[in-house]
Design a protein around this ligand. Sequence first.
Ligand code: EPU
Length: 420
Amino acid sequence: MDTIVIEGGAALRGVVPVSGAKNAALPVFAATLLAPGRYLIENVPDLRDIRTIAALLVELGAAARLAAPGVWEVDTSGANHFEAPYDLVKTMRASCLVLGPLTARLGRARVSLPGGCAIGERPIDQHLKGLEALGASIAIEHGYVEAARSRRLTGARALMDLITVTGTMNVMMAATLAEGRTVIENAAREPEVAALADFLNAMGARVTGAGTPEIVIEGVDALRPANTRIIPDRIEAGTYMTAAAITGGEVTVEGIDPALVANITGKLHEIGCVIKEGAHGVTVGAPEVIRSVNVNTAPYPGFPTDMQAQIMALLAVGDGASVITETIFENRFMHVAELRRMGADIHVHGATATVRGVASLSGAPLMATDLRASASLVLAGLAAEGRTTISRVYHLDRGYERLEEKLRVLGARIQRDPGQ
Ligand code: EPU
């Protein structure tokens, strides 16, 4: 298995382009199941999760191919299978995004129920409750969710008990083809939800309010294919901004809309970073002293849980004590034990981590546990004294396009050692 090797201590400087957002691309691929035909999807990052959703579409009878760098051509004309098998779903939970589209268009979906994962239990009860509100019948048998409808789905009020990103997306996609009006209350407001609504509207759907807690969908009889461009990845951008801060450098993330990352730059500003926002990107300069701050993760527009591990690495070399509270996932502190092996002083009590800044971290052999935890270990390795090796890097390959290459351009001493 591949290993990432980092010689720490180099201040990162320069310009790094942001890639398309994984979590915006995955629902767009799933949404192509709502209308048979040919789609061109641009600005798609080259990631393992993208290849997984493409393989899932092929499993469902569609064609999906990389037509040019970053451009996928998807043809769902032949997509008439309705089963998302365990082997694919177990490698990527977001596979359950096909549940809504398949139920709406084919009248039936059989999707392996995702199990728990490294960061939490992650049930999908709200996805199922929403589909039931639209008239689908749901059964769980042999580890699979079986969703079916005997007639067209019917618009309804879908009140989410908690804010769920992919749950909101699943219900929104299903409702586009329902008869009448659906109102999703307590909807997720993430930019990826709004981007999916834009894509659905380009396909002929009538969705309003995406990006607010109440989304209204007027069902239509049929949708048509559309082409789209994936929005920039705000978490990737935030990760490179944090890399600038932790290494004492200055990095411009090119292509990110400053508004998309305001919840991240706001926190970096509090920490003492110098932030410059421009039409073409955001520049982050490291602070003289990394100030301690408190961080609570929250649904958008709050501080993203997907940046919690990275900001913790930064605060681990800060001045004073910071308190980080993770409110979204119950087990998202897997990076703590690894950071402690590098000399970090972090204590976890339930959902709260107390981080007491140390003068420096020291390089160590580390193990990646999930995507964002891995990113925090890379950041810590970049700042640490000496060599850090990170194994199980397939987690990083799920969500960071050309990570080592992008970091090397910024001056990092990082390389990948292919495993035996
Ligand atoms: N939840 C339920 N029931 C549900 C759905 C969610 O209890 O039916 C709970 C979850 O267990 C969790 C909370 O609600 O505690 C929020 O989960 P959410 O459904 O919003 O997460 P998700 O849609 O499964 C997406 C991203 C994650 C990101 C979260 C939160 C995609 C493909 N994934 O997951 O991204 O952390 O929203 O912002 O969009 C990542 O990219 O590394 C990643 C994990």
